[in-house]
Design a protein around this ligand. Structure first.
Ligand code: ATP
Length: 231
């Protein structure tokens, strides 16, 4: 069996995108990434920091340069692709544009999936071009304890999809996902215990003069302290 054949056979055909502000990236983000690598085994996992308009930057939202530097430290050794696709685009980041850009970078038959915490998912109907997004990519919805519906109850996800997105979604118990005749699937993914932590918790902790050693990768904490971020 040649090398090419082996490689071809090990492809899952799935490319996963994990986007966020990552202000800063914390241990739960890294945990979600590791769980996707373990449970989905995608051909590629893009981590995509969002652009933040310059007028919003400052003490609470640090520059892209800092957020990328922290992501590099937090993702050290993990087989992910850190993408600057949103950072090099002018203006606010819209996911639909990101999907168009990444689509061009991957194999023609690859299935794209966006990843989001369940908190972000319940906001999805407010996103620009949400139906178009769903025609281009599926969604992996990750449980997030400490948020409403944090444990991914199927009935609540179904209710949300029917009321706010499209009534054509139905639960497929075999594939463990919501399917639709013309849109991509929605895949609830229960990752093993993720702490309820958020970037907001990290920033609050630092503002109060504490050291969030158990919320951050040690190199991320070192970077924040060296640069005096979030004070
Ligand atoms: P903030 O507190 O500043 O709103 P955040 O911690 O939610 O930030 P983001 O950068 O907005 O971080 O998150 C990127 C993605 O990671 C989102 O889809 C979010 O739902 C998900 N996420 C963040 N923290 C967790 C967590 N503890 N468990 C599961 N998913 C998470």
């Amino acid at each position: 069996m040649g090398m090419e054949e082996t490689k071809e056979q090990s492809r899952t055909g799935q490319v996963v995108i994990f986007g966020g502000t990552f202000n800063p990236v914390h241990l739960a983000h890294a945990h979600v990434v590791k769980e996707i690598l373990r449970l989905i085994v995608p051909d590629r996992l893009y981590v995509v920091p969002a652009a933040v308009p310059p007028h919003k930057q400052g003490r609470n939202i640090v520059s892209a340069e800092h957020r990328v530097a922290m992501l590099e430290r937090a993702m050290e050794g993990l087989p992910v692709v850190l993408s600057d696709v949103e950072l090099k685009r002018e203006g606010k980041s819209f996911t639909v544009d990101t999907l168009r850009a990444l689509r061009k970078e991957v194999a023609g038959d690859a299935e794209l999936y966006l990843t989001m915490g369940v908190d972000a998912f319940f906001d999805f109907h407010t996103w620009r071009d949400e139906k178009l997004i769903l025609s281009m990519a599926g969604i992996i919805v990750v449980n997030r304890p400490g948020t409403p519906h944090g444990d991914l109850p199927v009935e609540e996800l179904q209710g949300y999809l029917t009321d706010h997105i499209d009534s054509g979604y139905s639960w497929d118990p075999e594939r463990k996902r919501f399917v639709h005749p013309s849109l991509c699937g929605i895949v609830p993914l229960s990752v093993t215990p993720v702490s309820p932590l958020s970037s907001t918790d990290v920033r609050t902790c630092i503002e109060q003069g504490d050291r969030p050693t158990d919320l951050l990768h040690p190199e991320v904490l070192r970077y924040i302290e060296d640069k005096g971020l979030y004070r």
